[in-house]
Design a protein around this ligand. Structure first.
Ligand code: SF4
Length: 285
């Protein structure tokens, strides 16, 4: 079977950067390296990093208390954290390294600036996702995570000063459409389109796979990875059979009977070794 691999498949720069920062310490083997929650959202890569001495501690949302050896290094996850969490982590007395993706940092900076100017912040995203939890921390108590019109309708009266941003991994079309809806209620809405470049590239590459003749799409990445789930949902919207898998072991030969060409893409936290294995297995079918 012919396999077309999306150009953007695999690590984005924010994920690569976070891994590089953590590895700077684990490479020497001299210090314990901790990440507060998963450094990136990919189980197989986190297992690999654990074998290299980078240990995930705490919980998925980076909310719980930590008890760590003070000679270690604490690395902040690529998704970022709230200012309160930052203060807490720094109070633990370990060396502190921030691996927050700079694209997330930009969103946090915009929210903080607007909040200080008296604006309420609407964040288009999942309120339970670590990135959004972190961003809400910059809103000075006037932040609201929304996913659709019903969430907007349920908001309290926000006054004249309202701004809107997006979680970095959302659909561009959905954000644009929700912005229009919010603008209907708040004509002076200030909008920052904060969907990151890596997410946009992955989303538009789905179109390229379709154009190049893919009859089905395989999306590789963690089932709990926001950007991978979005990619899978986008592929499904194209009405092609879509398979969201984490590893090559999940490929079922029967699912691909009758296809001559399959497109393969992967979330921003999916390592190349997983993509290579999937492409190889599909190509051999
Ligand atoms: S998906 Fe975007 S925001 Fe998230 S780590 Fe990658 S580049 Fe940064």
């Amino acid at each position: 079977m012919k396999v077309i691999r999306a150009k953007s498949a695999g690590f984005c720069w924010g994920v690569e950067r976070a891994i590089k920062i953590a590895r700077q310490y684990s490479d020497s083997g001299a210090r314990r390296v901790y990440s507060d929650g998963p450094l990136i959202h990919n189980r197989q890569m986190m297992e690999k990093l654990e074998a290299e001495g980078i240990r995930e501690v705490g919980d998925y949302q980076s909310r719980g208390e930590l008890s760590l050896s003070s000679d270690g290094v604490l690395v902040v996850r690529a998704h970022g954290i709230s200012p309160e969490r930052r203060e807490y982590l720094k109070s633990l007395g370990l060396e502190f390294r921030d691996a927050t993706c700079p694209d997330v940092g930009i969103v946090a900076g915009k929210i903080r600036k607007m909040a200080r100017a008296g604006y309420a912040s609407i964040i288009f995203g999942d309120k339970d996702h670590p990135e959004v939890i972190g961003l809400l921390g910059y809103t000075e108590g006037r932040g609201y995570a929304v996913q659709g019109r019903e969430d907007i309708d349920a908001l309290p009266e926000l006054g004249d000063k309202v701004c809107m941003v997006s979680q970095t991994t959302m659909f561009t079309d959905d954000f644009a459409s929700l912005v229009e809806y919010v603008r209907g209620k708040y004509p002076d809405l200030v909008v920052f389109d904060t969907i990151c470049g890596a997410t946009r590239a992955r989303q538009s590459d789905i179109e390229v796979l379709l154009r190049d003749g893919a009859q089905a799409i395989v999306v590789i990445g963690g089932h709990h990875s926001a950007n991978t789930r979005k990619l899978a949902a986008l592929a499904e919207r194209s009405n092609l059979p879509t398979f969201h898998i984490e590893t090559a072991a999940e490929i079922n030969h029967d699912d691909f009977k009758g296809f001559d060409c399959v497109g393969v893409t992967a979330g921003a936290s999916t390592p190349d070794f997983l993509i290579d294995a999937v492409c190889e297995k599909l190509g051999a079918l």
